[in-house]
Design a protein around this ligand. Structure first.
Ligand code: EPZ
Length: 430
């Protein structure tokens, strides 16, 4: 297994290019099979989750032509099977987007029911409620979801909870249903808007994405398109927080500043300077940050995917802060790891009470999930001494060339896969 090994203490300084949004790309790749012509997608992040989903799309018979790390052509005309193997769902839950895409196009689909996840149980009842409302019969047997419909008929769907996945999955199925569909209490994330824009570029009739009411007029066919994925707001936020934690001066490039508003607001609250440009944001943090309160909320609130990173910078800020996780029920698993680096955090139900300490000390820690793993790397960059982060395949699910991008900003970090390499690194930096 591979690890990151880090010598902390270097302020991150310089510029870093942000890649395409993983959570937009996963849904857009699934939606691309809905045309019977070739769809070209670029600005794909070259990360594990994307590569697994492309394998799943190949697995149902679509033509997948990877032109380069960030560009792919997909043609869904050759799809032969409507059943997505369990192995793919086991690797990435987002394979369930193929349910909405296949049901919309072929009026039938079979996808394994995703299991639990590192951050919570993550049911998909709202997805299935939407499909049933559109007229599909949906059965769950032997761990498989089998959905089918004579035809899908547009309808009025109210989502009991704001759900990114349910909003996107239902939007895909409704895009090729007969008549009008209204989705109320829809998620407003930038990646929901990106998926709607992508489907519209294929000829769909979707209006209102980005608001809590999305109106869809179904069409019979979708056609070819060329599309570029929006920048990843969570990758951008992660680098902005790494700059703050190391008292650095970093400009994240190729971003949409509006998508970063909640993240930027918190950096300003804790005392960092943030400068916005058309497609870049600069973070300067010259002094110790101070405490604040954060609650994760659906967009445009503070993103749950930035919650571990927020806790890391508050862990070395002055004063006592609170971080309330309102989206997922088990997203504080990293706290025990961070405590081993000297953090003083108490978790009570869905609230972390953080008493800022002067600084972290390096330790051997293990990434419990994707965003927590990235947060532990940030802690290592700020820590005094050497930090080793195990289980970094979690981090590589959503961050492309993470250690290389950090090293280009002055971090002393390497990806290693043996104790010998760890010792070599430790000798080199001591
Ligand atoms: C997406 O997950 C993202 N994943 C998550 O990012 C992100 O944390 C989440 O949205 C919230 O922004 C992808 O886009 C692939 P939800 P998703 O449906 O769609 C409950 C990352 O780090 N719920 O908005 O699964 C659910 O349990 C990942 O990149 C139901 O109860 O999130 C949660 O409490 C982690 N029933 C809440 O809603 C349902 O049918 C929000 O979940 C669906 C969801």
């Amino acid at each position: 297994m591979e690890q990151y090994v880090i010598k902390g203490g270097n302020p991150l300084v310089g510029e870093v290019e942000i890649g395409g949004a993983k959570n937009a790309a996963l849904a857009i790749l699934a939606a691309s099979i809905m045309a019977d012509e070739t769809v070209t997608i670029d600005n794909l992040p070259d990360v594990r989750d994307i590569n697994v989903l492309l394998e799943a799309i190949k697995g149902i018979g679509a033509i997948v032509d990877r032109l380069d790390a960030h560009t792919v052509k997909i043609n869904g005309s050759t799809i032969s099977g409507m059943s997505v193997d369990y192995e793919y769902i086991k690797k990435i839950r987002a394979s369930y987007y193929l349910l909405g895409a296949l049901l919309g196009k072929y009026k039938r689909a079979e996808v394994a029911l995703p299991g639990g996840c590192d951050i919570g149980s993550r049911p998909i009842d709202l997805h299935l409620k939407g499909f049933r409302a559109l007229g599909a019969t949906v059965d769950i047997q032997h761990g498989l979801i089998a959905a089918q419909a004579e035809h899908l008929k547009g309808t009025h769907i109210y989502l009991d909870k704001v759900s990114v996945g349910a909003t996107i999955n239902i939007m895909m199925a409704a895009a090729m249903a007969e008549g009008k569909t209204i989705i109320e209490n829809a998620a407003k994330e930038p990646h929901v808007v990106d998926v709607a824009n992508f489907l519209n570029s294929m000829g769909a009739g979707i209006r209102g994405a980005g608001t809590d009411v999305i109106r869809i007029v179904g069409v019979e066919k979708l056609h070819k398109t060329e599309y570029s994925i929006i920048p990843d707001q969570i990758e951008a936020g992660t680098f902005m927080f790494a700059a703050a934690a190391t008292r650095g001066d970093v400009t994240v490039k190729n971003v949409i500043p509006k998508h970063l508003e909640a993240t930027t607001a918190k950096l300003l609250e804790v005392g960092c300077e943030v400068e916005e440009f058309d497609d870049a944001v600069r973070v300067v943090c010259a002094k110790r940050m101070h405490h604040t309160q954060v609650t994760t909320l659906p967009y445009p609130g503070f993103p749950t995917d930035m919650q571990p990173q927020m806790a890391v910078i508050l862990g070395i800020a002055e004063g006592t802060s609170t971080v309330t996780e309102s989206i997922f029920e088990n997203r504080f698993k990293y706290v025990d790891e961070l405590t081993r680096m000297g953090a003083n955090i108490k978790v009570e139900s869905n609230i972390a009470i953080i008493t800022g300490v002067e600084g972290y000390t390096g330790a051997r820690v293990s990434a419990p999930d994707l965003r927590a793993g990235a947060a532990l790397v940030i802690a290592g960059l700020a820590a005094e001494g050497i930090t080793i982060v195990d289980d970094i395949y979690y981090v590589e699910r959503g961050y492309e060339h993470f250690e290389e991008k950090l090293a280009s900003l002055g971090a002393q970090i390497e990806k290693v896969s043996s104790e010998k390499e760890i010792q070599k690194f430790t000798l080199k930096v001591s």
